[in-house]
Design a protein around this ligand. Structure first.
Ligand SMILES: NC(=O)c1ccc[n+]([C@@H]2O[C@H](COP(=O)([O-])OP(=O)(O)OC[C@H]3O[C@@H](n4cnc5c(N)ncnc54)[C@H](OP(=O)(O)O)[C@@H]3O)[C@@H](O)[C@H]2O)c1
Length: 384
């Protein structure tokens, strides 16, 4: 048998566990080794060899960079090993009967040119069955993990009703900007917080928020929320935690819901530095429901499981989302360029929602933004 063609495989590894903010020296781009472009005979059945096209840098990856102190839903990275995360890739070789060479997939892959994805991680590879004109990078955003997070978090966990008052923190981020748009589409009044005047402007003018404020310029967060919600908040989509959560608790209405998606303000803090929640008694007094959730628990609802492998491809191209194609954070990022803005990860760890029936794929695709900072593998040389 002819020898398999080979290619150079550059890899980004985590060098050591991170404490505090991640820095460039915590990671390393290893020069490429030659790898065969065919699965080796000893790979386990169900393995898939892919060429990575887009890689995404998401907040949940930050806790995976810390020395694990407790068992999370997602295991910590192993120092010396390639960093893994969501991406878009093309299948080169497959012993998974549902994927064939040439197929496009999105899901968990490696920060490298070529990855062998082995079971059980192949369960996180969803085939992109039809992307008809939609940029593939959207599968790192609205059509990928952040889109599903925003959709299930808002519709399954928050259970919104038209006319309700919704507050979203980290509202210009990949998840938050979509939650705002879903809230608007659901007939709610939605206000977001973000960390710069430019982002606040985007929320107000492009992402359909009724109002927005810059939390960094508010000396009293509780007062800012009172100003935006004189009659209180029905739904809080929690992305940040810390002082914002405490301020929100004071402003919730009776029987309100808080969907805890993430607590990004806490991810880079060391143990002992993390914020305490001081106003938790409001949960009792106001009979609030506060629920953590993680997106993987809900994939089966929308056809993203290995049992269907249909992916979350767009089912409709109707223009329903009042957004632009402008990325609020720029369109390129690279490891080590952590500004403190997106250097944390999901710590929500529970979900009581485990419905068994599949729902139609969400009809959310429109002329939407590419919400995540992403970069192409071709950017790797500039990282050296
Ligand atoms: N539960 C799940 O399944 C799930 C899935 C995906 C994401 N998440 C969580 O959802 C949240 C948002 O994720 P994303 O993908 O939208 O992130 P993203 O696009 O990377 O945006 C994160 C934003 O968070 C804000 N931020 C950073 N540090 C902050 C701090 N100390 N205090 C307040 N805001 C801060 C920054 O915006 P500003 O400039 O406005 O501060 C940043 O742009 C994160 O907590 C993430 O862990 C959860």
């Amino acid at each position: 048998m002819a020898a398999a063609a080979t290619a150079t495989n550059r890899r980004v590894i985590l060098k050591e566990y991170v404490e505090g903010y991640p820095r460039e020296e915590h990671m390393e781009l290893l020069p490429g080794a030659e790898v065969p472009l065919r699965l080796a005979g000893d790979e386990p059945p169900g393995s898939v060899l892919v060429r990575n096209l887009y890689l995404s840098c998401d907040p949940y990856m930050r806790p995976k960079m810390s020395r694990p102190l407790w068992e999370s839903y997602t295991a910590a990275f192993v120092p010396g090993s390639v960093i893994t995360g969501y991406g878009v890739a093309r299948v080169l070789d497959s012993s998974d009967p549902r994927l064939a060479p040439g197929d496009l997939v999105w899901g968990i892959t490696g920060w490298e040119d070529y990855s062998v994805v082995r079971p059980p991680t192949t369960a996180f590879l969803a085939k992109i069955s039809h992307h008809g004109g939609v940029p593939l990078s959207y599968y790192t955003g609205i059509l990928g993990m952040p889109g599903l997070t925003a959709y299930v978090g808002f519709h399954e966990i928050c259970a919104p009703k038209a006319g309700e008052a919704v507050f979203v923190s980290a509202a210009s981020g990949a998840v938050g900007q979509l939650v705002g748009q879903f809230a608007r589409l659901a007939g709610c009044r939605v206000v977001g917080s973000a960390g710069s005047a430019e982002k606040v402007e985007l929320l107000r003018t492009r992402f359909g928020f009724h109002d927005a404020f810059n939390y960094k310029e508010e000396p009293d967060l509780a007062a800012a929320l009172r100003r935006c919600f004189p009659e209180g908040i029905d739904i809080y989509f929690e992305n940040v935690g810390g002082a914002m959560l405490d301020a929100v608790l004071l402003n919730m209405r009776a029987h309100g819901r808080i969907a805890v998606c993430g607590l990004i303000s806490q991810y880079n803090l060391k143990d002992g530095e993390k914020d305490a929640v001081r106003n938790l008694s409001a949960v009792v007094a106001k009979r609030l429901r506060l629920q953590g959730f993680i997106e993987p628990d809900h994939k089966h609802l929308y056809g993203c499981t290995p049992s269907t492998r249909r992916g979350c491809s767009p089912t409709s191209a109707t223009a329903r989302s009042p957004t632009s194609r402008t990325s609020p954070r720029g369109s390129r990022a690279r490891p080590g360029r952590s500004s403190g803005s997106s250097t944390g990860a999901t710590s929500a760890s529970s979900s009581s929602a485990s419905p068994t029936t599949r729902k139609p794929a969400p009809d959310w695709i429109g002329p939407v933004d590419v919400p995540l900072v992403h970069y192409s593998v071709s950017d790797f040389p500039s990282m050296i």
